[in-house]
Design a binder for this molecule. Sequence first.
Ligand code: SAH
Ligand code: AVI
Length: 323
Amino acid sequence: MSQIAEKKLGGVQDAATSPIAQIVLDGLSRPQKSLPSFLFYDARGSDLFEEITRLPEYYPTRTEAAILAEAAPAIAAHTPPGAVLVEYGSGSSRKTEILLDALPNLAAYAPIDVSQSALAEASARLGRRFPTLRVIPTLGDFSAPLILPASLSRRPRTGFFPGSTIGNFAPADAAALLTHMAQGLGDGGRLIIGVDLLKDVSILIPAYDDAAGVTAAFNLNILARLNRELGADFDLQSFRHEARFYAAESRIEMHLVSRRRQKIGLLGCLFPLEAGESIHTENSYKYSIAQFQALAELAGWSCRRVWTDDGDLFSVHELDRGI
Ligand code: SAH
Ligand code: AVI
């Protein structure tokens, strides 16, 4: 066998054993083809998400940051000295800095993310900005059991889950994730969580389909990732980004719509797509405050406080385990 052929075979074998291979095969085998949204966040996807957060149409990030800046003293007043701040889906940890400025007595900051690049960059930056803070990054799925160093096992824990990443889960899965966080944060644990609010479709659609095309690039990047990591043969030019609002489900859906009839080769399988057929890549649920509080209570949390902006665009909730 030539070296080139061996190399190619090796590549296919690596792809087949990739931890995302089965997830992708399952998603593309469904009647409505779908991919889980955590796949957006390779290094390029994390950079594109950061670009999204600065877009004029994408109100959530700047609105939540402003709410956190106002709420930080009150959040700090309820955080015991020596607590561990655990962040789920920490990304760039930019909003975390607002809390860290108000919380000088933390024992440690423990960010969890699936994006290796985002986690490494954020940990390095925070290390420089807060030289006395102990930063304990975990690369992986925030749905997995929380593991902290034994020396921190008795410390009170405050969870931080900003960005409305909870909205990327269907309500039943969101409730299960909140229950998992309640268990991980333990008795006396608290959770500060950002939740995007339902609003007019004229604001929602541009937030997910911006004029500069950054969200389109973010959505299409998932196909580039599958080409690179799984040896798929997606032609990115033959797909277009689409954001749809479904009022009954109170969610934005992102899709990649096939511009033509085509077949996608991936891991030895062929996936046919009709012209106009889509791959569903993300749900982003929008809540009322009352709906989110009901979900949190169902998951075993007590809702202590909630902060919003003047335009009622976004909400930040403080949850605890009650008594
Ligand atoms: N918290 C940041 C980033 C939000 S983007 C903010 O508010 O701006 C969502 C982040 O969650 C990304 O960094 C992504 O890599 C991470 N993420 C998504 N699903 C995840 C999962 N299952 N486990 C861990 N991290 C996840
Ligand atoms: C991370 N997550 C909450 C973002 C959202 O708004 O659903 C991801 C995103 N998708 C498109 N734009 C931003």
